[in-house]
Design a binder for this molecule. Structure first.
Ligand code: AMP
Ligand code: MG
Length: 473
């Protein structure tokens, strides 16, 4: 395996040397073959197996130091409390990717934590990160999952596990906050140069590379927020230490995918105030970017920073419009602006499943709306909306059925419902990974019919609606 160590070369101010500490009777239980091939990793070689499982130590593996605004309050020093960056590896696209082991044991930044992850949370992260990727949402990826016989204590003893994940970068907004608030100007400059060189090289040729890079970060963040909102994904812990400078969804914890449409839904049971409720996510994205921009107040004028932040809203709105035009099969943003708000109001009052609705809308017959009308209580209200919708939709140059076909490529049949993850976890905890694999298979091809797996597209049964997820993982 050709690991490189660019982040390690930044020096001691950025990280601490940390080795992966294998778990008791650790077993490789799942491996992402296509991602491994993309990264030219031979999973079968003994050398790779030993490195990935932590049995062979890598002299340059490290844990990163960063800071972060957590639920609004600033924590001046955080860091990888249970993650180890093994190094970077080049993908077939020529870009570098981080190999990062989560649950690898205590690090200098573990504070009171044990440095471990439980099987439950590794499975949740594996499924979510692969599902997001299949939905074209930039995300860290899952490369390998290890379970073990080691007990890890949360509310009760649970099985310890590790997840080997891959991302373009693990640099967070909180990295910049750490160096800025510590007054470490030289390291802040070093980090800026590092990000320009490895993540935003196209900005180097511009008049103001830092400004160009920050505009791109703002735009990537805006687009990712638009994608989360369009698909119904809620992150749950949008702290600045969980926000990636490369614009990827990272740090899956108590996340959720919207089932019954509820704009003020709060997926994280520990988020008592609803700070990170679904409808607040776009605003939090901007709040986090504002925290990030402060770190450059010695590099750029206030007006320049404000101008950079002003790129956020138009990018978010236009990207969201495009995504919703695709989901609704409409060819104008204006029609989306007129038709979407009343639709969302219907979905909320009917407690309609967001994913099921858009999939059925894709299958809707031009002359018979019963497919959708049979789903609701207030048929007249939905029927009136559908009439207006159909009028707008036929403005499209494509035929009704061509539009249907295109809608089916953007409205997933399968999303990661909490109760399905729960079932897969319970089985895995008994050593049965079949439900996990079955679920992973549909989530990685969420637009295909998989008629043999219809059951995995169904709405949650009553027991599955009240499952709680919180920060403890
Ligand atoms: P999160 O919001 O889950 O990303 O975690 C916030 C911080 O707590 C990060 O710095 C994590 O590395 C750290 N952390 C979370 N769980 C543990 C754990 N079990 N042991 C040590 N540190 C942890
Ligand atoms: Mg985190």
């Amino acid at each position: 395996m050709n690991l490189e160590h660019h982040f390690a070369s930044l020096g001691e101010a950025f990280s601490s040397k940390t080795l992966v500490q294998p778990l008791l009777e650790q077993r490789l239980v799942e491996f992402n073959q296509s991602l491994a091939s993309f990264l030219s990793i031979d999973i079968k070689s003994t050398e790779t197996k030993r490195i990935l499982s932590g049995e062979d130590t890598l002299p340059l593996s490290l844990s990163m130091v960063y800071a972060g605004h957590q639920f609004g309050g600033f924590s001046p020093q955080l860091g990888d409390g249970r993650g180890v960056l093994l190094g970077e590896i080049r993908g077939q696209d020529g870009l570098l990717y981080d190999l990062h082991m989560k649950g690898a044991g205590p690090t200098p930044y573990s504070r009171r934590g044990d440095g471990r992850a439980v099987l439950r949370s590794c499975i949740r992260e594996y499924l979510a990160s692969e599902a997001m990727t299949a939905l074209s949402i930039p995300s860290s990826r899952a490369l390998a999952l290890y379970d073990s016989r080691e007990a890890v204590y949360r509310e009760t003893p649970e099985a310890g596990a590790m997840l080997l994940r891959v991302a373009q970068g693990h640099i967070r907004f909180g990295h910049f906050e750490y160096f800025f608030y510590q007054g470490k100007q030289a390291q802040l400059d070093q980090l800026i140069d590092y990000c320009l060189k490895y993540y935003y090289p196209e900005c180097l040729a511009t008049e103001s590379p830092l400004e160009s890079m920050l505009i791109e970060v703002v735009k990537r963040t805006a687009r990712i927020m638009a994608k989360w909102q369009a698909v119904g994904f809620q992150h749950g812990v949008m702290n600045t230490d969980n926000f990636s400078f490369t614009g990827e969804t990272i740090d899956y914890g108590p996340y959720g995918f919207m089932e019954d449409y509820e704009p003020d839904w709060i997926c994280n049971h520990s988020d008592h105030e609803g700070r990170y409720a679904f409808s607040r996510q776009p605003g939090v994205g901007l709040w986090n970017l504002n925290c990030l921009m402060r770190c450059f107040s010695k590099h750029l004028e206030r007006d320049q920073l404000v101008a950079i932040l002003q790129c956020y809203e138009p990018e978010l709105q236009s990207h969201y419009d495009v995504l919703m035009m695709g989901k609704m099969g409409l060819c104008s943003a204006q029609d989306v602006h007129v038709l979407l708000p009343p639709l969302l109001s219907i979905l909320a009052s009917e407690k309609m499943d967001y994913t099921v609705f858009f999939r059925l809308l894709s299958h809707l017959d031009r002359s018979d709306f019963s497919l959708l009308l049979d789903e609701v209580i207030d048929r007249d209200r939905l029927s009136a909306w559908l009439e207006r919708y159909a009028e707008a939709r036929i403005k499209n140059e494509l035929t009704w059925s061509q539009v249907s076909a295109s809608m089916l490529t953007v409205n997933p049949k399968f999303i990661l419902r909490n109760y399905l993850a729960h079932d897969a976890i319970l089985a895995a905890e008994r050593g049965d990974y079949l439900p996990f694999r079955r679920l992973l298979n549909v989530l990685t091809h969420p637009f295909d019919e998989h008629s043999e797996s219809d059951i995995l597209a169904q709405r949650a049964p009553e027991w599955g609606k009240s499952l709680e997820v919180s920060c403890s993982s």
